[in-house]
Design a binder for this molecule. Structure first.
Ligand SMILES: [Zn+2]
Length: 327
């Protein structure tokens, strides 16, 4: 009777190890590979996709989403993507299209591909759609209307719905899983929106100035009035004459708050605030824009918290604390 040598036993063992590694890596690649242009979209996709998806976000939360460095590693990621989720309305036009072309991935190259999701098509209303043709060469970077719709949390729910529907098409086996996750996401966010609404309620009608026109949806939701911008046009850096004009206007209107995303130059924002007697507030406007903001809901916890505490200090603790809703 043949006896197995130690070497033969070892070979069999190694073969089993290799086979198990092969199958476990098969499991990993069976997950839906999602690439999101922005971290907010990536965070929403992660909540819907759970452990059935791998998500990678290209832009970081501390970067201006209009201008992102197109790294070569992004092309590799896009090459393997089953689904690309992007903001649309030309927000990423300066950096995403060449990456998509470079990916040579037929799942995402055509605009009507199953693996390509323009999240803007799911929101009910695009704000500031120009009535005349806007030429990007003139510097305005919002030619298709205001693209910063993710700063209204209600839009996050619409986008989550779009992502859910698409994941169900791409991966029908897990359709009910995605549906359940969507329900959890929407229920939680709706609950949070009620809380935030309560916190913001005392400040409805507050006049604010922002650096870039990226807070329109936030203001639309929170009931703020945007009365001026540090950029003369979206994407055009401020000139001294524009800044002087803005300060004059703010003084005459007694504007109390200047807000800028934390990736904009902080110096101009705080100068405008100082000179006009307002408070300057730098806020994260995306998931990952500050430590501790890991989910879409985290983002609004911080934004609402930052704005309400700035306004509370500005308008006097006693005036508003009584009407502040519990969290
Ligand atoms: Zn913008």
């Amino acid at each position: 009777m043949k006896r197995y040598t130690l070497l033969q036993c070892f070979t069999v063992f190694i073969t089993f190890v290799l086979i198990s590694i092969f199958f476990s890596s098969e499991d990993v690649s069976a997950k839906v590979q999602i690439v999101a242009s922005l971290p907010d979209l990536g965070a929403i996709a992660q909540e819907i996709g759970g452990d059935k998806v791998d998500v990678m976000s290209l832009a970081k939360g501390y970067q201006d989403p209009h201008f992102v460095d197109a790294k070569p590693t992004y092309v590799t990621k896009l090459n393997k993507a089953d689904l690309l989720i992007y903001n649309g309305l030309d927000l990423e036009i300066g950096w995403l299209p060449p990456l998509i072309t470079g990916s040579r991935n037929s799942k995402i190259t055509s605009t009507d591909a199953l693996g390509r999701l323009d999240a803007s098509t799911y929101i009910p209303q695009v704000l500031e759609v120009p009535t005349t043709q806007i030429d990007r060469s003139m510097g305005d970077i919002h030619p298709k209307g205001n693209p910063h719709y993710l700063l209204d949390p209600r839009n996050g729910i619409y986008v989550a719905g779009g992502i859910t529907a698409r994941l169900k098409e791409i991966d029908p086996e897990n359709a009910s899983y995605y549906e359940e996750n969507y329900k959890k996401f929407a229920d939680h966010l709706n609950q949070k929106i009620k809380e935030w609404d309560g916190e913001l309620a005392p400040y409805k009608g507050t006049e604010i100035v922002s650096y870039h026109k990226n807070l329109e949806y936030l203001s639309d939701w929170a009931g703020f009035k945007e009365v001026g911008f540090i950029e003369p046009k979206p994407g055009i850096p401020p000139t001294p004459s524009h800044v002087a004009e803005l300060i004059k206007k703010m003084k005459s209107m007694d504007v109390k708050l200047v807000i800028a995303s934390n990736y904009y130059p902080q110096k101009t924002g705080s100068l405008v605030a100082d000179q006009s007697g307002a408070v300057f507030l730098s806020i994260p406007t995306s998931v990952g824009g500050q430590d501790g903001i890991n989910t879409y809901a985290d983002l609004f916890d911080v934004i609402v918290g930052d704005i309400t505490s700035a306004l509370k200090n500005e308008t006097g603790e006693t005036n508003h604390s009584a009407s502040k809703a519990g969290g």
